[in-house]
Ligand binder design. Structure first.
Ligand code: GLN
Length: 451
């Protein structure tokens, strides 16, 4: 049914870069056969899933939406994908994103943007717009996303779906094409909080192949989502995430959700995180710095595209330069240049060093806030889905869309976005819940009440 739905609507939505009908059907048939034989199957066996095309899949093209990886077939599965396969979940295909997950709208995909099913003239968020749009268009029931600065939560917000960025280290990064290794985290995207909890338990937990993987198992999420209990829970509204620059309709929807939590027995307090004003600036130094290093491996020799210089000698350096010149899009080049500059001798302390200090201040702000509240809440994004082209030529305006999601990545804490109704323009609004590191269970506790 999902493959039929994809065939019917994906021409307009363009959530998928590649549909793997044959292997999805084979997995489904295998699950059916095992069920008929009376095998005990994992809970999500047979539930189809879409996977963001920055997560490697063995034998199946993975491009990170970049020309530089066009046609690249990975020789191995990411841990997340391995776990989906052992859970018997058919993989429907790979979903669109901003090139190397850099962006907030999917307009930076080298293969054309994804459209928001709520209004095809609007963006589905980014970078994981493909996964979120696939859910909103009923092309898949659940999906895998990655969140470095909001790429799971912001697309969920603007498409009326649910997205969870787990605690850093809670889900293995093995087999994610790295954007910024200290910020990247894979997580579930779904239409309901309970579905995210179910998927989180499948993909989470320790992985010896990721040196930053946490030791504890991923449990308790499903139970927390089912119970949905906030009685006596202290909910902190972050003063810095919600004032100026947030659409009035977004603010109203946020306040209504907070009122709901209060009626369900939560105690609402206001907290202040003054360093958040510098989060965006710090993020857009740390991310490009790490990205410039991670993307150095795309040299025209090891993966995907290789372009030889049109004239002159064919040296390694000239092949590298021609390949990277042709293979990377504008936003990727912008960040590589920014990152290399921030890391260069003479500028390192002023830019990268200062940004790391701000990161510490943000972590301290969170620590202080979590002394006063069990969870923190804010709108996920300052606006509803914007129109194509609106921010494309203004990188700063595009970056500003991440103000509310970025602090969680800088601190490594978990965050969830769920729909909190529609704004005045009839478009969905996202409500963000943040919890201390390793307390992902609280996200589901709160989410279960609002669902
Ligand atoms: N929009 C943010 C950026 O462009 C977030 C990216 C992400 O989470 N992958 O960096």
């Amino acid at each position: 049914a999902h493959l039929d739905r994809i065939a019917a609507v994906d021409g307009a939505v363009h959530a998928f870069l590649d549909v793997a009908a044959e292997s999805a059907l084979a997995t489904a048939a295998d699950v059916d056969a095992r069920r008929a034989a009376g095998d005990e199957l994992p809970e999500l066996a047979g539930v189809p899933i879409a996977v963001k095309d920055i997560v490697v899949t063995k034998g199946q093209v993975t491009t990170a939406a970049s020309k530089i990886l066009e046609g690249w077939v990975p020789p191995y599965d990411a841990t997340v994908v391995e776990r989906l396969r052992s859970a018997g979940m058919p993989i429907l295909g790979k979903t669109n994103l901003d090139e190397f997950a850099m962006g907030s709208s999917t307009e930076h995909s080298a293969y054309g943007p994804t459209r928001n099913p709520w209004d095809l003239d609007r963006i589905p968020g980014g970078s994981g717009g493909g996964s979120a749009a696939a859910l909103a268009a009923f092309e898949a029931p659940v999906a895998i996303g990655t969140d470095t600065g909001g790429s799971i939560r912001q697309p969920a917000a603007v498409t009326g779906t649910v997205g969870v960025k787990p605690t850093y280290g809670g889900v293995s990064r093995y087999g994610l094409i790295a954007l910024a290794s200290s910020l990247d985290q894979a997580g579930p995207v779904s239409r309901t909080v309970l579905d995210s909890a179910l998927l989180h338990e499948v993909i989470g937990g320790h992985d010896p192949r990721d040196s930053t993987s946490l030791p504890e198992p991923a449990t308790g999420f499903v139970q927390a989502a089912r119970e949905g209990d906030v009685s006596g829970l202290k909910v902190g509204i972050v003063k810095e995430l919600g004032g100026e620059g947030y659409q009035p309709g977004v603010r109203r929807s946020f306040e209504a959700a907070v009122a709901l939590l209060e009626r369900a027995g939560a105690e609402v307090v206001e907290v202040s995180c003054p360093s958040f004003d510098y989060a965006l600036a710090a993020y857009y130094l740390i991310l490009p710095a790490e990205a410039s290093s991670n993307l150095a491996k795309f040299d025209g020799m090891r993966f995907g595209l290789r372009v030889e210089p049109c004239e002159g000698p064919v040296t390694a350096e000239r092949v590298m330069s021609a390949t990277r010149g042709a293979g990377f899009g504008d936003e990727v080049k912008r960040r590589i240049i920014l990152g290399t500059h921030a890391l260069s001798a003479g500028y390192y302390d002023a830019y990268y060093g200062s940004a790391q200090k701000v990161r510490t201040l943000i972590q301290r702000d969170f620590a202080a806030a979590f002394q006063q509240a069990d969870v923190l809440v804010s709108p996920t994004a300052p606006t509803t889905a914007f129109r194509f082209g609106e921010k494309l030529d203004d990188p700063m305006a595009m970056y500003l869309n991440d103000v509310a999601t970025i602090p969680a990545n800088l601190a490594g804490i978990p965050g969830l976005s769920l729909p909190s109704g529609l704004s005045d323009d009839g478009l969905p609004v996202g409500f963000q819940v943040l919890a201390p590191a390793r307390a992902d269970v609280r996200l589901y506790q709160v989410g279960g009440v609002l669902e």
